[in-house]
Design a protein around this ligand. Structure first.
Ligand SMILES: [Zn+2]
Length: 232
């Protein structure tokens, strides 16, 4: 190993060599595990210290800014971007292939907390995930775990809807599915247009959700019913 390089450089080089994409919304858990995280957090702490210095914030005497660099480094790795570094949540599947198998639609509402990759501003909202049950079923809480795992990265809402659809399809084997996300963006609220009530909606439809108007209507009606109970 080249000792003149720090750990994050070594890992970046390895990903480039493997042609592994490492955009803000990509999962790179094959390259980062719990053994290397403490060193990466230390490196990020030093880098955030330099950012605070350049912002002319006195982190030596301001008691509130003293530990900020390390808090930021830990928050990025362990919380707001954890979905980049953690492997996919374990979603044990149960067979749904007996004579009395469930063939209906299932719609799960999942709270989402994410961050826009352009400005690193918070995104908060809710995803409605609908599937027509296939040969496997997963526990209801797993839908939210998968959605959160996709959300806790730097994302765009359009990209996030696609990511959730792909990962739910992988975990359930469902070909017919829909993902509808409604979210407010810190980007719009805290900067630029300062719009406090702007809401963004994105919809991804696959299989029957896309081709069969009846299925699509049932999904949208389910969302409206859910919203009556938990308005957003
Ligand atoms: Zn933004």
């Amino acid at each position: 190993m080249d000792t003149s390089k720090n750990l994050s450089q070594v890992i970046r080089d390895r990903m480039k060599q493997d042609n592994k994409r490492f955009w803000a919304g990509d999962n790179i858990s094959d390259y980062v595990d719990d053994n290397v995280k403490p060193e990466l957090i230390s490196e990020a702490t030093a880098a955030f210290e330099r950012v605070l210095d350049t912002l002319l914030i006195d982190r030596e005497t301001d008691p509130n800014s003293k530990g900020t660099a390390r808090r930021l480094a830990k928050m990025y790795y362990n919380e707001i971007m954890a979905g980049r570094y953690d492997p996919a949540p374990d979603a044990t599947a149960f067979p749904n292939d007996s004579a009395d198998r469930y063939e209906g639609m299932l719609v799960v509402r999942s709270e989402l907390r994410s961050m826009c990759s352009h400005h690193h501003q918070p995104v908060s909202g809710v995803a409605y995930i609908g599937i027509i049950a296939a040969e496997k079923l997963i526990g209801l809480s797993k839908y939210t775990r998968i959605a959160q795992w996709c959300a806790r990265r730097g994302t765009l809402q359009e990209e996030l809807a696609n990511d959730i659809a792909r990962e739910i399809a992988k975990a359930t084997g469902a070909k017919d599915l829909g993902v509808y996300i409604q979210a407010v963006h810190g980007c719009c609220e805290n900067r630029g247009i300062m719009a406090h009530s702007s809401l963004t909606q994105t919809t991804v439809l696959k299989g029957a959700f896309k081709t069969d108007p009846g299925t699509k209507k049932e999904f949208m009606d389910n969302i409206k019913l859910q919203q009556e109970f938990a308005p957003r």
